[in-house]
Design a protein around this ligand. Structure first.
Ligand SMILES: [Fe+2]
Ligand SMILES: [Fe+2]
Length: 265
């Protein structure tokens, strides 16, 4: 886990998880260095991850004013309670559904919540950010965020891909991946958005429009290295999603074969 400054507006907190049989999945979080600084997602909650320590390399945690939770999956909520404690002035942006899902495990502090729905904007002092529903998602609460000042789109799970190596997953630019990126994104779509094969291609295509209108320069997916100038290409790949077969994971026989490899002789 490490942090890099992508440009004057954005820092990336890079992390990756190995998914057996699929590859290495980036699990990023981001800092938008607005007048009122905003953190997007908070990484995984594994005990060897120290989200706050890595965050502190790019911003003093107490200076954070907003925490944007794209959705309450556990690869996005790892550092959330530590950060709420370290950033007493920060408010947590989520939705009614996001807060509801969190409430079945560790409830969020209600007075610190800020509900932002798709289509609504928030003033960060020197810019406005706008929430939108990404076309591909795995959680009913999922929203992304667009910053028009820097042309940066935070797409949550959408446009992610498991990559061939940990080095690729932790890279500074998705261009390290090469021509097979579209295939890897399609694989991720089959895992993360298994509902999409039932979607009508025309109606699904219309859900790409908000991103087409934003026309971002930079796409920051939680599950891909930063992608610069790739919007039309990514939208073309996403448009194929309704033809994607849902992923079927290893079954019990495969699990037993896997475990047998680890058993002492
Ligand atoms: Fe997710
Ligand atoms: Fe995710």
């Amino acid at each position: 886990m490490h942090a890099t400054r992508l440009n004057p507006d954005v820092s990336v907190i890079h992390d990756a998880l190995e998914v057996p049989g699929l590859g290495f999945l980036p699990v990023n979080a981001f800092v938008l260095h607005a007048e009122q600084p905003l953190v997007v997602d908070t990484g995984v909650g594994l005990p060897d991850r120290h989200f706050l320590d890595v965050l502190a390399d790019v911003i003093a945690p107490e200076d954070v004013r907003w925490i944007y939770l794209t959705h309450p999956d556990r690869d996005h909520t790892g550092g959330i309670f530590d950060l709420l404690e370290a950033a007493p002035d920060a408010r947590l942006i989520t939705t009614f559904v996001g807060a509801g899902i969190m409430s079945v495990e560790t409830p969020l502090p209600m007075p610190r919540l800020y509900f932002l729905n798709a289509g609504q904007s928030l003033d960060l002092g020197d810019r406005e950010v706008t929430a939108f529903r990404p076309p591909l998602f795995d959680n009913a609460a999922t929203l992304g965020l667009y910053d028009s000042k820097s042309g940066t789109l935070f797409s949550s799970d959408c446009f992610g891909a498991p990559l061939a190596s940990e080095a690729d997953a932790l890279a500074d630019d998705a261009s390290v991946v090469g021509a097979e990126l579209a295939q890897r994104q399609a694989l991720w779509t089959s895992v993360d958005s298994p509902w999409v094969h039932t979607a009508d291609p025309m109606r699904f295509g219309a859900t790409l429009e908000p991103i087409r209108r934003f026309d971002p320069t930079v796409i920051l997916s939680t599950h891909l290295p930063p992608a610069i100038g790739r919007t039309s290409e990514f939208l073309a790949t996403a448009a194929q999603a309704p033809g994607t077969d849902p992923f079927v994971g290893p079954d019990q026989a495969a699990l037993e074969a896997m475990l047998a490899q680890f058993e002492p002789v």
